[in-house]
Design a protein around this ligand. Structure first.
Ligand code: MV4
Length: 507
């Protein structure tokens, strides 16, 4: 059912992803409609849009999560389609239904597909039927402690209790011995009930320190499905991804094809359309196991764009308008290597505590071969109402080593003052021997935190250097004032001082 390309598209999101989507809209000649909460009246995404509508007060529950307010704004603006971005209502079945019922196009899979894949036990049943490898476990929910004990014994401890309505790591509990089972089962149930309003749980064998690898897929409305290769997302903290890369340093061409084929089968079995991500765990013997399907555009999609040359948002919009994909999986050969560092307003040295405040100085890095997807500008306020993601810094290189070199250079150029960010943390990861060697797992940050903290590496010499740098800092401040007074002053490059200063202070 091909229809004419949209003239106007509403973006039901904020921050960097709203701007990212609007950029493609502009390239395609589609007018973009922003929605915003009171806190975002002057936000970057509002300024970028062709048209903007206020949808309510600052708390997300009363604005970006308000289905009524968003449908109302879409109707008022005359938008023909809605792109949900990620988070907020992106995987909300009711929202997808309401968009369709309002005569508009939801840019994503069908509501039935979102519902099917949102239920993790249903998704497992579906994948099992399709022959996609699963982590040993069960496909139905636990009814009694007795039954849980018996199934746990059949595949052995440790086991993992997961919420059927969960995903993204919420409501999971590791059980190491039968004696803990009853208690943890009860706990997991009440947590699931609290978080999702649904206390159904199931069991899987717990894989220790696996890698998290996901495959990007695209599927058009005629059932043509392509896989765009994998992203390695093992560098994470409490289920929040921190660094992603594509291709994965451990996936070779053969494994890529096998995982890709499994992802295509997964998509086929769910009658999938639009862009999606099939998540897998990879164990030390390079066995891969299906985890879940994310039915949205993901935060880390740019690294796939960098190595495939495809604009995923453009493909999403084309698919939603009924156009056919013009590529096959065999056309996709990842070119070079891309890395993404998520720049969060968080303090890595205070357990990644969110940092709110006003951005006083803001200087973004620039090419060659680096990309910044950001949602904030100088003088903007980072509030605690929303996700602390400020921007994503992406680098590309002909190989992983060059992508790392470019990432280091770009991180050095990135200056954000007024709030604490994860820039310094990323600089230390990019210099970490284990990261450089590609020796990754989902436990990387926990295991290496001691050597990744800003002060961990401070030796006697470094402390001495701190004193010197304090003087340098004072000197630079004075020099800057002199330069401002006398613009013809020569040799006012502060670069080498700043780099050393940042090396020691860690930001
Ligand atoms: C697992 C697992 C180990 N064994 N399942 C976390 C997010 C959710 N999608 C599933 N997750 C996991 N499921 C089994 N059977 C370990 C994780 C996991 C994880 C997965 C992906 C990325 C980061 C993670 C961090 C901790 C645990």
């Amino acid at each position: 059912m091909q229809r004419a390309m949209f003239h106007k598209l509403l973006i039901a999101n904020r921050g960097e992803i709203a701007v990212r989507i609007m950029r493609t809209c502009r390239e395609m000649g589609i007018r973009s409609v922003a929605v915003y909460s009171e806190a975002d009246r002057n936000a970057a995404h509002v300024r970028y849009a062709d048209e903007a509508h206020c949808i309510g007060p600052s708390p997300a529950g009363q604005s970006y999560l308000s289905i009524d307010a968003i449908i109302e704004a879409a109707t008022r603006s005359g938008a023909e389609a809605i792109h949900p971005g990620y988070g907020f209502l992106a995987e909300n079945v009711e929202f997808a239904r309401r968009v369709g019922a309002g005569g508009m196009v939801f840019i994503g899979p069908k509501p039935e597909t979102i519902a099917l894949l949102g239920d993790k036990t249903e998704a497992r049943r579906c994948m099992k039927k399709a022959g996609v490898p699963l982590v040993p476990g069960i496909e139905s929910c636990i009814r009694s402690v007795q039954q849980a004990k018996k199934t746990a014994e059949s595949f052995g401890y440790p086991i993992l209790i997961k919420a059927a309505a969960g995903g993204g790591g919420k409501g999971m509990r590791v059980v190491y011995s039968p004696s803990e089972l009853a208690g943890l089962l009860k706990l997991a149930r009440s947590e699931a009930l609290n978080a999702f309003g649904d206390d159904r749980v199931y069991l899987e064998k717990y894989l220790q320190a696996p890698r998290h690898i996901e495959v990007q897929i695209l599927a058009d409305q005629k059932g043509h499905i392509v896989q765009l290769g994998e992203r390695e997302c093992s560098i994470q903290r409490r289920h929040q991804k921190v660094i992603e890369e594509s291709p994965s340093p451990t996936v070779d061409a053969r494994l890529r094809r096998r995982m890709g084929e499994a992802a295509v089968e997964a998509a086929k079995s769910a009658d999938y359309t639009n862009a999606g991500t099939v998540e897998f765990l990879l164990d030390r013997d390079k066995n891969f196991y299906f985890l879940e399907v994310n039915t949205r555009l993901q935060v880390e999609h740019p690294i796939t764009e960098m190595v495939t040359g495809l604009d995923l948002v453009r493909e999403q919009i084309r698919i939603a308008a009924g156009e056919s994909l013009r590529i096959n999986s065999s056309d996709i050969v990842p070119r070079g290597s891309a890395i993404e560092c998520r720049i969060y307003a968080e303090d890595p040295d205070s357990d990644f505590l969110p940092s709110s405040g006003t951005i006083r100085t803001y200087r973004e890095p620039n090419g060659p071969f680096t990309r910044v997807d950001s949602g904030y500008r100088v003088k903007d306020t980072i509030s605690l109402f929303y996700d602390p993601l400020i921007a994503k810094l992406i680098s590309w290189g002909r190989d992983r080593g060059q992508a790392i070199e470019r990432m280091r250079r770009a991180l050095d150029e990135y200056v954000i003052m007024g709030i604490t960010t994860t820039i310094g943390f990323h600089r230390r990861v990019m210099a970490h021997p284990r990261f450089v060697a590609g020796d990754l797992s989902t436990h990387f940050i926990v295991e290496e935190m001691a050597s990744l903290s800003a002060t961990a590496q401070l030796s006697e010499e470094a402390l001495e250097e701190l004193a010197v740098l304090a003087c340098t800092h004072r000197f630079l401040t004075e020099q800057k004032e002199r330069c401002a007074l006398n613009p013809v002053t020569k040799n006012n490059s502060n670069w080498k001082y700043i780099t050393r200063y940042r090396n020691v202070f860690g930001n």
